[in-house]
Write a protein of this length. Structure first.
Length: 263
């Protein structure tokens, strides 16, 4: 199905689990209810921001040090071997780019940058991490579990007295440069994504439950346009009815095999 067609990949959190970054909706995770930070909550509540940054201080090094896995690398191979035009990723971890993939559109932004909500000036997350540590020299996280989105589960007591740095230029509020729940994908970015789908002759979805409409809309439109859709994912997805081919499997195994066969 994929051979000889100009291909677009849509990726989700499932491609990064084998790099040690958790997703939201793996079958074994479904018992655990976890509510991600919403945009309004972050903007309105100083406590919510403190809670976010204290967890992010702990969670960021794991994201920063994560390495691309066999699934990311197989997509790089496919880009060389077949007409793989680009990747729209819902991930915010930068692992496709670190693996060497070209034309990657980060639909939901990146954790590698924080941006001022007032003057829009960006700051590298690594520099911001240093400022977080400097402002909170006595912070001791203890044992923690990494949660999705570079977040981490910590006892509430850790948040008391935690200080959050402000924008270096205007002292405004800083937010990770990612699209939070309750926020829209910026218009120009979405238009770029639609153009990528327009050019494509087939869509390959990897590691996404497609529960979030932001990702599902590409599957819905591809299927409306009569373009074949293949899905590789462990467990069911919202797009299964739209798919021409559906493979239930581990991406670190299926994608290298696919890259091999597609030659
Ligand atoms: P999701 O958690 O809803 O779905 C991930 C899917 O991948 C699940 O169905 C799971 O069973 C499957 N999966 C997990 N590991 C797999 C593997 N090794 N092989 C094959 N399948 C595997 O993720 P989503 O659809 O991307 O939506 C989550 C949202 O949260 C996105 O919008 C994204 O921005 C954000 N997020 C990003 C990251 C990241 O950057 N790595 C991590 C968590 C969440």
């Amino acid at each position: 199905m994929l051979r000889g067609r100009r291909l677009l990949v849509l990726s989700g959190a499932g491609i990064s689990t084998e790099s040690g970054i958790p997703d939201y909706r793996s079958p074994e995770r479904s018992q655990r209810s976890r509510r991600p930070m919403r945009y309004q909550q972050f903007v309105r509540s100083p406590e919510a921001r403190r809670r976010y940054w204290v967890r992010s201080l702990v969670g960021w090094p794991r994201i920063d040090q994560a390495e691309p896995n066999l699934g990311h690398r197989a997509l790089v191979h496919m880009q060389v071997k077949v007409d793989l035009d680009g990747i729209i990723t819902q991930n915010v971890d930068g692992l496709h780019q670190r693996a060497g993939s070209r034309n990657v559109l980060e639909l939901h932004g990146t954790l590698a940058v924080v941006r001022c909500l007032h003057c829009r000036v960006p700051e590298a997350r690594s520099a911001f991490q240093r400022r977080l540590l400097e402002l909170n020299p006595d912070f001791r996280p203890g044992r923690i579990e990494l949660a999705p989105d570079g977040d981490a589960d910590l006892p509430r007591a850790q948040e008391d007295g935690f200080r959050v740095p402000v924008c270096l230029r205007c002292r405004g509020l800083l937010k990770p440069d990612v699209v939070f729940f309750g926020e829209n994908v910026p218009k120009d970015r979405l238009e770029r994504a639609w153009k990528m789908l327009e050019r494509a002759e087939a869509l390959l979805v990897v590691g996404s439950s497609l529960t979030v409409y932001s990702g599902y809309r590409f599957v819905a439109r591809a299927s409306q346009q009569g373009k074949p859709v293949a899905i590789v994912n462990r467990g069911p997805t919202r797009g299964d009815a739209d798919a021409s081919v559906r493979i239930d499997g581990k991406l670190g195994e299926v994608l290298p095999a696919l890259a091999e066969q597609i030659e």
